[in-house]
Design a protein around this ligand. Structure first.
Ligand SMILES: *Cc1c(COP(=O)(O)O)cnc(C)c1O
Length: 392
């Protein structure tokens, strides 16, 4: 199929909910990809932070093929070894107590919201169902996670949204203003991803965790984008010196297969009891086997290199001193780049994609989320494309 034939087919039969780049990637290895015409691209997007161990990772392929040949699905009415082994790996390395698996980030966040409301209901009864979320946050596309998302542009068309969310700024005065007897939890991204790669202040996060403990609000962390090594530790909370009551994850967990879910601490392990929460595909053996291979690949050593690679990319971009770009920010391989006044981040991003560097936008800036396994050669190739494309 040629690109033009594919574009026509998509236009005719696919719901046009995405503004797509005029590119059709066909195959690749690690962070080097090829389109239908064999043109090469360097991957600084990783399928929006999903391809944590790169494209066609051999250990990931082997785990999937092996599991698919044994048992592709069984349902959560039966025990499943890949499910339990994955839960053990995540808990052991994060210090959390137990895991639940679903299929997406939004579903993971729905889970922690349900957890908080039931925790509070069990202890205090009705009337304590409000969750505080932050301005510029992003928590998903379901009606409830849209309601939780702290950006007005997402609160359109789909009324009525789910009740029980209150917004605050990332400072303690604003949180105190949002506080009340009806609150059961606070939900935050430690580095706001879609909002523009905005890391929260460490002191603020620690104070927030203390306030949550004091008021018996659950401290919920959305690690859908920051989790699975992305920021230079398995979860971002490990660098912030806090322990959440629950954290959601998704994007990078299964290296490209659909999986999301959440982890809870000891205090919350008995809140969601049999029959109160479920997901038909959740923790599917093939996805769980893929996720086990991802975690085995992302050793502490590999994750330690994430910060080095991220700092290298940021330093190199700042050294280019390009007129269209401003400061860089972020944590690990979650990188945001400011766009200078008078330039459009969407135009610059389209230009990078066209020039052979798959890139993303976030808020008003550019965003790079390369595979965590990207090699130094691939990074340098990507940076050379960036320099050439944005100097023009
Ligand atoms: C991507 C993202 C989501 C939504 O994940 P889906 O898998 O698309 O449902 C939620 N929260 C954060 C922080 C995200 O980056």
């Amino acid at each position: 199929m040629t690109f033009e034939e594919l574009k026509t087919l998509d236009g005719q039969y696919v719901l046009q909910t995405y503004g797509r780049n005029p590119i059709a990637i066909d195959h690749g290895t690690n962070a080097t990809l090829y389109d239908l015409d064999g043109r090469e691209y360097i991957d600084f997007a990783a399928g929006i932070g999903v391809l944590s161990v790169g494209t066609a990772n051999p250990a990931w392929q082997k785990a999937i093929a092996g599991q698919a040949a044994r048992l592709g699905h069984i349902s959560n009415l039966y025990y499943s070894e890949p499910y339990a082994r994955l839960a053990e790996k995540l808990c052991t390395r994060s210090g959390m107590a137990a895991a639940f698996f679903g299929n997406s980030g939004a579903e993971g966040n729905e889970g922690v919201i349900k957890l908080a409301r039931k925790y509070s209901f069990d202890k205090y009864g009705e009337g304590r169902g409000t969750v505080i979320t932050l301005n510029r946050s992003f928590h998903g596309r379901t009606i409830t996670t849209l309601a939780a998302t702290g950006q007005d542009v997402f609160h359109q068309y789909f009324f009525p949204f789910t009740e029980g969310f209150r917004r605050a700024d990332p400072d303690m005065a604003s949180i105190q203003e949002a506080a009340g007897y009806d609150v059961c939890a606070v939900l935050v991204e430690l580095v706001q991803g879609e909002g523009g790669v905005l890391p929260l202040d460490r002191e603020f996060v620690q104070e927030l965790a203390r306030l949550c403990a004091e008021r018996d609000w659950l401290f919920l962390v959305d690690e859908v984008q920051t989790g699975v090594g992305r920021t230079g530790s398995l979860f971002a909370f490990q660098q912030y010196g806090v322990m959440p009551d629950a954290c959601s994850f998704a994007k990078g967990i299964a290296g490209g297969l659909p999986m999301g879910g959440f982890l809870v601490n000891e205090k919350c392990r008995n809140v969601l009891t049999a029959g109160t929460h479920a997901s038909t595909f959740g923790g599917n053996p093939v996805c769980a086997a893929a996720a086990c291979a991802v975690l085995d690949t992302l050793t502490d050593e590999v994750i330690a290199q994430v910060s080095e690679k991220g700092n290298y990319i940021r330093t190199k971009i700042e050294e280019m001193d390009l007129p269209c770009l401003g400061k860089t920010r972020g944590l690990g391989l979650m990188i945001g780049v400011e766009v200078a006044e008078g330039w459009s981040n969407k135009d610059l991003c389209a230009r990078l994609n066209q020039a052979g560097l798959l890139s993303l936008t976030a808020g008003p800036g550019l965003r790079f989320l390369p595979p965590l396994t990207i090699t130094c050669e691939e990074i340098d190739k990507g940076l050379a494309i960036l320099k050439e494309a944005l100097s023009r």
